[in-house]
Design a protein. Structure first.
Length: 392
């Protein structure tokens, strides 16, 4: 028995080492190598909870140029999707912007999400390029077939998987419409994971809503997290529930301690955390209401018109369209372009400065000439008046 366990352990470790040691064959002709983004500002879910990804893995690459006198230039990002077991590259996906130094894009983000239950892979891009007279924003989501990595569709200018979660066994996505800022209110949105058809949308959650929950205005946030009952039991908290995703509204109490109220994905109050005598207390919403003498109202969601139709479709086995049925997709995503003033070059600035100096000099000479003419006129008038007075 011990030998069997040892063999299984060795096989498990060896398997992991094979995955970890996959060496992707990058394109040496363009000096391609690994590229790591410097931010997680657009972070997307890697997989559906309960369905671990064990077939594919991915890595980012780009072309590198080293200069001895300045910073390295990295261009033309590309995503390699490969088989975890064989290390064979299955798909190379070109990313954007092209022919642009990504070192100047500090918040560029590219993410891959796997949805095995629906048989889909999503590529999320949040990137941009700053050009002489314009900025090009490449925010888009591409949907690929899990089986053959065929591009099915693309959402232009939309990245719904950003800071979102897969729910309902991968059939739905819950996230935020834009950022998590409370300035104009945040709306929680539910989409169909198949094609991102909107299912439900919450009423805007604003600063006043946090205040009504006993949270001081300021560092408030809305997050979606997964709660495991066993973790709370291990901590000795007297609560009981099934493991699930929740919508958490968190902030600070009057003493600047972190407190929060959790809601189910349907918007019902679910769990709360507050402070008593320097210790964190976890309890039900009714306990929180008594503690702060307030009422916790449910989060209200509005159903989209096509929600029922989408839900009915999701009940069925997902069938990807055949290549002949698929609508034609542009080979490249269309960026959102914002025009901006062209920066003035050094020589152009020198020419402008010289023209301004010349104009100022001409103005000065004109003022001097006018002043001189004025003096002459005043002198002549004075002489004329004096002579007339003498004649009288």
């Amino acid at each position: 028995m011990k030998k069997l366990l040892l063999i299984i352990t060795i096989m498990f470790v060896a398997s992991n080492l094979v995955h970890a040691e996959c060496k992707i064959e990058f394109d040496q002709a363009i000096n391609e190598g690994p590229y790591h983004v410097r931010t997680n500002a657009g972070e997307v879910p890697h997989e559906v909870r309960g369905f671990p990804e064990d077939r594919y893995e991915s890595t980012l690459a780009a072309s590198w140029t080293d200069f001895k006198t300045r910073e390295s230039v990295v261009k033309n990002p590309r995503l390699y999707i490969y088989d975890q077991k064989t290390c064979e590259t299955i798909k190379r996906i070109e990313l954007y912007p092209k022919d642009y130094n990504l070192s100047e894009c500090s918040s560029c983000y590219y993410g891959v999400s796997y949805n095995k239950p629906l048989g889909l892979i999503y590529i999320t891009s949040r990137s941009y390029g700053l050009y002489s007279t314009e900025t090009k924003f490449y925010d888009y989501t591409e949907i690929y077939s899990y089986n053959d990595l065929r591009l099915i569709s693309r959402l232009e200018g939309n990245t719904p998987l950003t800071n979102a979660k897969f729910t309902n066994n991968g059939r739905e996505v819950i996230g935020f419409e834009r950022s998590m800022s409370q300035t104009d209110g945040t709306q929680i949105v539910k989409w169909s994971a198949k094609d991102f058809t909107e299912l439900e949308r919450s009423e805007p959650i604003r600063t006043d809503d946090f205040v009504r929950l006993g949270m001081q205005s300021g560092d408030n946030a809305i997050v979606i997290i997964y709660l495991e009952n066993q973790w709370f039991k291990d901590k000795g908290y007297n609560v009981n529930f099934e493991d699930q995703y929740v919508i958490r509204l968190r902030g600070n109490d009057a003493d600047h301690y972190r407190i929060s109220v959790d809601f189910t994905l349907s918007g019902q109050p679910f769990l709360a955390v507050w402070r008593e005598e320097g210790q964190s207390v976890v309890g039900y919403p009714s306990d929180y209401e008594k503690k702060f003498n307030l009422k916790i109202n449910p989060l209200k969601f509005t159903e989209a018109q096509q929600q029922k139709e989408t839900k009915d479709q999701n009940q069925e086995t997902t069938k990807q369209p055949e290549a002949s049925e698929a609508k034609p997709i542009n080979p490249e995503p269309s960026p959102i372009v914002e025009q901006r003033p062209k920066p003035i070059g050094i020589q152009e600035q020198i020419t402008i400065n010289r023209a301004v100096a010349k104009a100022n000099k001409q103005k000065k000479m004109l003022y001097i000439a006018l002043a001189g003419a004025g003096i002459v006129i005043i002198t002549a008038v004075s002489i004329y008046l004096v002579r007339r007075l003498r004649k009288k």
